[in-house]
Design a binder for this molecule. Structure first.
Ligand code: KIV
Ligand code: ZN
Length: 524
């Protein structure tokens, strides 16, 4: 009989660890609501002890969601307590605690002799820490998940011991992560099967898997694990996550649906919300979905060659194993225009999965009118990028209010920008190597900072010469990078907005207030 696979979404936790991705609390709330609409079973909302912003986001999601909400914690009392504080009002709270179990991790993280003189002693210490962490978490709630970090490279005998210990302490889900994306499907599947054989109390817990994509095998590994006894998969929308990312939810979901004939499992997902969710996550994180990405890429259902098109016209099944409609890709484009009105905009946004407050709707409507003025027809994709473009703002952001660029053949490009924060304004001008360089220089002068620009990309969102241009800028400061995204029919303006958004993400993350805006005298 067909068995259910529990979908554990970690877009807001592991996914947010993608280079450059940083989501504010309002964006996280919107994604959590959309994940609920997609009908995932568990939402891992964040790592509460890691920062006040993470705590706040987990708490806000836990306060309102009907879904199981998980909060991550290391195997430490302070982490576990903080995770539960954030989850306290959740209808279904889950504490997710983890220990490092491979020799690489144990020797790397527990090198100090206080954890034991030999590897064997250190392993015992980790075993005890894991037991204590789960038992402590159990004093707060019943639903406890334990993860053996780097299980993919952990010795099977030790892994079996630690999993048995975690279940003994009260873990209801045991997760076997392939943290480094190292394993092969046959090897990983065999590991799950072996754990089922060796761990005496394994039937008291659900086996979960969490695969990273370093070798491009995350989805294949997750499916191999399901075929060998895993009943929960941890995954992210668009496969985002640390380094090469996590297993992509949409790929696992559709593989199970399309190949039910050889892999008889089902999920509770509402597949027709996959595309909306994918686009929302891309919009808020600034991580563009590659065009050839399975299921949700722009070309996933495009047929280019004449032979393919001809085959499709005669019978869709010639070249199509699933229909775009199944995942919510709408081939008939819904168009809004200048006369659509605030109400029309609101109902279309709700259909696309957004729940703007009156204030946010006001901002979205202003941005919509600006676009509608310039390009007459506004498509869903325009609306999605518009919503990713600072509609869900945090307070105290620095905003581009005015920009003027002089550029042309034979002239030195120069730009002037005016940046606002609250009622304060600064204005600066600068030359540059080109119009984009000039405007970036002017922003840097105005703010008095000069971040390292790691990447800069521009593309058009919809087709035609009046298409919205979308710019994505990634800046790096120390260990961490920050994405910014800007849209406009003017690509220089889109670039300036993207750069400023990346800077805002950096400043908010580090709780930095810029000196130039703290002065009494400001340019007006
Ligand atoms: O990749 C990993 O091992 C993790 C754990 C914290 C589950 O993300
Ligand atoms: Zn991970």
């Amino acid at each position: 009989m067909s068995e259910k696979i529990i979908i554990f979404d970690t877009t807001l936790r592991d996914g947010e660890q993608s280079p450059g991705a940083s989501l504010n609390v309002y964006e996280k709330l919107e994604i959590a609501r959309q994940l609920a609409k997609l009908k995932v079973d568990v939402i891992e909302a964040g790592f509460p002890v890691s920062s006040p912003a993470q705590f706040e986001a987990v708490k806000r999601i836990a306060d309102e969601s009907e879904v199981i909400i998980a909060g991550l914690s290391r195997a430490k009392e302070i982490d576990i307590k903080t995770a539960f504080d954030a989850l306290r009002n959740a209808k279904h709270p889950r504490i997710h605690t983890f220990s490092s179990t491979s020799d690489y991790h144990i020797l790397g993280k527990f090198g100090d002799s206080k954890y034991g003189a030999t590897l064997e002693e250190k392993r015992k210490t980790v075993l005890k820490m894991s037991y204590d962490a789960v038992a402590y978490a159990k004093t707060y709630c019943d639903d406890i998940e334990f993860s053996a970090e780097d299980a993919g490279r952990t010795d099977i005998g030790y892994l079996a011991d630690i999993i048995e210990t975690a279940i003994e302490a009260g873990a209801t889900t045991v997760n076997i992560p392939d943290t480094t994306g190292y394993t092969f499907p046959s090897e990983y599947g065999a590991k799950i099967a072996e754990l089922k054989r060796r761990v005496k109390n394994i039937n008291k817990a659900i086996i979960s898997v969490h695969c990273h994509n370093d070798l491009g095998l995350a989805v294949a590994n997750s499916i191999a694990a399901i075929q060998n006894g895993a009943r929960q998969v941890e995954c992210t929308i668009n496969g985002i996550g640390e380094r090469a990312g996590n297993a992509s939810m949409e790929e696992i979901a559709m593989a199970l649906k399309v190949r039910k004939d050889i892999c008889d499992f089902y999920t509770g997902l509402n597949h027709s919300e996959i595309y909306n969710t994918s686009r929302m996550v891309s919009g808020f994180t600034g991580i563009v979905v590659q065009p050839n990405k399975a299921i949700v890429g722009e070309n996933a259902f495009a047929h280019e060659s004449g032979i393919h098109q001809d085959g499709m016209l005669k019978n869709r099944e010639t070249y199509e194993i699933m229909t775009p409609e199944t995942v919510g890709v709408n081939k008939t484009k819904i168009v809004l225009g200048r006369h659509s009105g605030r109400h029309g905009l609101k109902s279309r946004l709700i259909e696309l999965g957004y729940h703007p407050s009156e204030d946010e709707l006001g901002k979205a409507y202003e941005a919509f009118l600006e676009i509608a003025d310039k390009k007459k027809e506004v498509f869903d994709d325009d609306l999605r990028v518009l919503m990713g473009d600072e509609i869900y703002k945090e307070e105290e952001l620095y905003e581009l209010k005015y920009m003027h660029v002089n550029a042309g053949t034979g002239t030195i490009p120069t730009a002037t920008v005016q940046i606002h924060s609250g009622d304060k304004i600064v204005q600066e001008s600068s030359p540059g190597d080109g119009p984009v360089d000039a405007v970036f220089n002017a922003i840097e002068r105005a703010l008095g900072i000069k971040p390292t620009v790691e990447s800069y990309n521009v593309r058009s969102v919809t087709s035609g010469r009046q298409a919205l241009g979308e710019a994505i800028v990634r800046i790096r400061e120390g260990e961490k990078s920050f994405n910014g995204r800007g849209t406009s029919t003017d690509i220089i303006e889109a670039s300036a907005k993207a750069y400023l958004q990346a800077i805002n993400h950096y400043l908010v993350f580090n709780e930095i207030k810029l000196e130039v805006f703290e002065k009494e005298e400001m340019v007006k």
